[in-house]
Write a protein that binds this ligand. Structure first.
Ligand SMILES: NC(=O)c1ccc[n+]([C@@H]2O[C@H](COP(=O)([O-])OP(=O)(O)OC[C@H]3O[C@@H](n4cnc5c(N)ncnc54)[C@H](OP(=O)(O)O)[C@@H]3O)[C@@H](O)[C@H]2O)c1
Length: 289
């Protein structure tokens, strides 16, 4: 069993840290809002720390899952950051969805201290985190990945090394690009079915067994038809992720016309004051134009 630290007990981090503890690892948690750390400790019998540095001190593996690039810098770097508390030979795993540039920045900062760093964004949402069934896309050195994979297996069903530092984040960008256009198409189909006077539920029952099938269709069509958008990954997060994708595409020359358009649709959803709605709320713009 290993000594681990987990920084960021949000929707994703809280249950992920819980899976590490449930497998018998000795987990110290840090959360900016201390009440969540207290609740976690009461539930999982681990320890809590006052700063990321304190949480990371003595840990063989340090995990983080916070918000965006700047949030990662806030918990990793500086006098109270996790890196300051870590020693040579230990491993830092960042599960935040962030830019590939930040992943490379962290890897370099780690290397200077003899610390292995992996960028390891996840997919699978709140349900995946709670059920321990996340997909984890990892960037970093193979030897560090091999050593750390058993830890990530505590909450991952598919944990794969994609390449050098930053590759995990790049793979997550592909994931988000694939989802963006698909959710818009699903919204258009659902709206069309309703306006055509069809029994839309029945339509999705039949076409979800055919070539149009997708995870989004299987898991979201029923709630979308009911106009319910409180089932997971928030529009605010999606806009952060699509911004990262569009920035990266500027650098590598990839064309993302549909992704850029869907990003604007999400901006309209935010303008309605419902940025915490889940990503299937693109439907709202069609149902209530
Ligand atoms: N939710 C999903 O379905 C999902 C799926 C895949 C990937 N992700 C990604 O996973 C990451 C976390 O998502 P989440 O849904 O768990 O978010 P969340 O519920 O908002 O939690 C964010 C966590 O990060 C902490 N945090 C944020 N900024 C911080 C800062 N500057 N300093 C210290 N702590 C900070 C928050 O602390 P406080 O408690 O003090 O606010 C909280 O613990 C994001 O990058 C997101 O894009 C999310």
């Amino acid at each position: 069993m290993a000594k681990a630290a987990f920084i960021g007990l949000g929707v994703m981090g809280y249950p992920m840290a819980g899976h590490l503890a449930a497998k018998g690892h000795e987990v110290t948690v840090y959360n900016r809002t201390a009440a969540k750390a207290e609740r976690w400790v009461a539930e999982h019998k681990g320890r809590k720390a006052a700063t990321p540095r304190e949480a990371a001190s003595g840990a063989e593996f340090v995990f983080a899952c916070v918000g965006n690039d700047d949030d990662v810098r806030a918990v990793m770097l500086g006098a109270d950051g996790a890196l300051a508390g870590m020693t040579q030979g230990t491993v830092l795993v960042d599960h935040t969805t962030a830019s590939a540039g930040l992943a490379r920045e962290l890897a370099a900062a780690g290397k200077a201290k003899g610390i292995g760093v992996l960028d390891a964004p996840v997919s699978g949402g709140e349900a995946g985190a709670k059920n321990g069934r996340l997909t984890v896309m990892v960037g970093g050195e193979a030897a560090i990945f091999d050593r750390t994979k058993p830890m990530m297996d505590c909450y991952g069903v598919s944990v794969m090394l994609m390449g050098a530092a930053g590759s995990g984040q790049l793979a997550k960008m592909v994931n988000q690009i694939c989802i963006a256009g698909l959710v818009q198409a699903l919204s258009e189909g659902a709206n069309f079915a309703m306006r055509a006077g069809l029994d839309a539920k029945k339509v999705f029952e039949v076409i979800s067994k055919g070539a149009a099938q997708s995870w989004q269709m299987e898991n979201r069509h029923a709630t979308m038809l009911e106009g319910k958008y409180d089932f997971g990954f928030a529009v605010d997060w999606m806009r952060k992720d699509l911004g990262i994708c569009l920035d990266e595409a500027e650098r590598n020359g990839a064309r993302l016309p549909v992704t850029a358009l869907v990003d604007q649709f999400y901006k309209h959803v935010q303008a309605r004051g419902v940025g915490r709605y889940d990503t299937s709320s693109l439907m709202l713009l069609l149902a209530q134009p």
